[in-house]
Design a protein around this ligand. Structure first.
Ligand code: GDP
Ligand code: IMO
Ligand code: MG
Length: 420
């Protein structure tokens, strides 16, 4: 039986997961999102058209692929319907191709409002301001409106009134902002449900059927390991577990854990929002990476902070996700650098510290310097087509992390890939 594959980001998100999931989708019959929400922005170029997917799995461009949104995903119906419309307007049909778990917790506009008010108040995390944190809080606090609540208007009405009351108190007393109207929230939900109800179903049963019929499933991670709410750079993290190990809970299909795990990493590092970033560059090299790599957030358009590849963090990610292989993306962005650096250790006051240091913001990176290749790798199709300096970088990554690099991405398009 072909093994299923979990694909995860190994850094702070935006590693190029969307492009790689799109590429792999040709080989799988099902693609499933299992955590996060529309904070994700996964970019795919399909027939020269650019798509940025937030909730819809990146396998949607293939007719043979069934797409699933598991219950670990926080679901904004507004965002879902907008995305469906945008995709269909570009000529891609979703008919019979998308199924969403009835057990998903819903994200409402009130969550986005609370996220924005908090971010504007104090101790900002630099969130996407989409309401992801408050929506996950509600799930854990057992007050979420679940997708299945939309099936019963009486239950829904009561839950909406309770939730709006709960938030209006905060909006009023802490933020002195405009309250929400429960009736309006209720009617908007019903109207959205009318358009979206055909997509809901039992994801666990469907994944089980696909698996038992001998087909393999591709699980699409969102965000990245260093944004994991437990293992990331807390509190500067997102509010879900982003690790491959959360796939069982998030997809609702326990056998998903018997999959290979492909970690996606850029050949350098980026981060959006606040929080420690030991290899961040504040010099010309940083702005050069940002310019060539076009490092602006796919969801919010914010400039991404840029720095050298952090092998200490990558090794940490490799361990936590039990990576079976790595895909290195955006190697082409480094084409014009005469010298490259990779971080091989951190020090605080002359003492070596691990990635998970409480004092990561004080950690000074120790670098290994490598020669650049000063030529374009755009046309390379095989590992042997790469200049020796680029091969050396890949080998250094493998040796440090002890994970084989099976795939190298040298451009944003589906075919810009080198197999190893
Ligand atoms: P994701 O969130 O992990 O799916 O990544 P994003 O879509 O947010 O950001 C990755 C960006 O890099 C997108 O604009 C992609 O089109 C682009 N990209 C992906 N792989 C490559 C690559 O190998 N080279 C270049 N130059 N761009 C890439
Ligand atoms: P993809 O799937 C990069 C970051 C935000 C912020 C922190 C918390 O495209 O890789 P949140 O809105 O989740 O409460 O914000 O997490 N963040 C991402 N950064 N890529 C993402 O997704 C992200 N999703 C959230 O910038 O620092
Ligand atoms: Mg992204």
């Amino acid at each position: 039986m072909k093994k299923s594959l979990i694909l995860v980001g190994t850094q702070w998100g935006d590693e190029g997961k969307g492009k790689i999931v799109d590429y792999f989708s040709s080989k799988y019959n099902a693609v499933c999102r299992f955590q996060g929400g529309h904070n994700a922005g996964h970019t795919i170029y399909q027939d020269k058209k650019k798509f940025v997917l937030h909730l819809i799995p990146s396998g949607i461009f293939y007719d043979h692929v069934q797409c699933f949104i598991g219950q670990g995903v926080i679901l904004s119906l507004d965002s879902l319907l907008k995305e469906i419309q945008e995709i269909e307007e570009k000529g891609i049909s979703l008919h019979g191709k998308l199924k969403i778990s009835r057990y998903c917790s819903l994200l409402l506009p009130i969550h986005a409002k609370i996220d924005q008010l908090r971010e504007d108040n104090k101790n900002a995390i630099g969130t996407t301001r989409r309401g992801i944190g408050p929506a996950y809080e509600d799930k854990t606090a057992r007050r979420s409106i679940k997708a299945f609540d939309l099936e019963n208007e009486e239950v829904l009405k009561k839950k909406v009134i309770d939730l709006v009351d709960y938030y209006n108190y905060q909006i009023n007393t802490i933020h002195k902002a405009e309250e929400f109207d429960a009736d309006l929230v209720f009617t908007e939900l019903l109207s959205n449900y009318e358009k979206a109800s055909k997509y809901f179903g039992d994801v666990t049963d469907s994944l089980e059927d696909i698996y038992e019929s001998g087909e393999a499933i591709l699980y699409e991670g969102a965000q990245g390991t260093l944004l994991d709410v437990d293992y990331g750079t807390y509190p500067y993290v997102t509010s879900s577990n982003t690790l491959a190990t959360s796939v069982g809970i998030g997809s609702g299909f326990p056998k998903s854990i018997f999959s290979d795990v492909l970690g996606v990493a850029k050949a350098y590092t980026t981060r959006v929002g606040e929080g420690p970033f030991p290899t961040e560059l504040f010099c010309q090299d940083g702005s050069k990476i940002a310019d060539i790599g076009n490092e602006y957030g796919a969801t919010t358009g914010r400039p991404r902070r840029c720095g050298w590849l952090d092998l200490v963090a990558l090794k940490y990610s490799a361990k936590l996700n039990n990576l079976t292989s790595l895909c290195i993306t955006k190697l082409d962005v480094l084409d014009s650098f005469k010298k490259l650096k990779v971080c091989v250790g951190y020090e605080i006051d002359g003492k070596e510290v691990p990635f998970k240091s409480r004092l990561l913001h004080q950690a000074k990176p120790k670098y290994k310097t490598l020669n650049g290749w000063s030529s374009s790798i755009k046309e390379a199709k095989n590992f042997n087509d790469l200049p020796k300096e680029a091969k050396k970088l890949i080998e250094v990554i493998e040796q440090f992390t002890n994970v084989p690099v099976s795939l190298i991405s040298n451009g944003p398009n589906r075919d810009d890939l080198i197999h190893r």
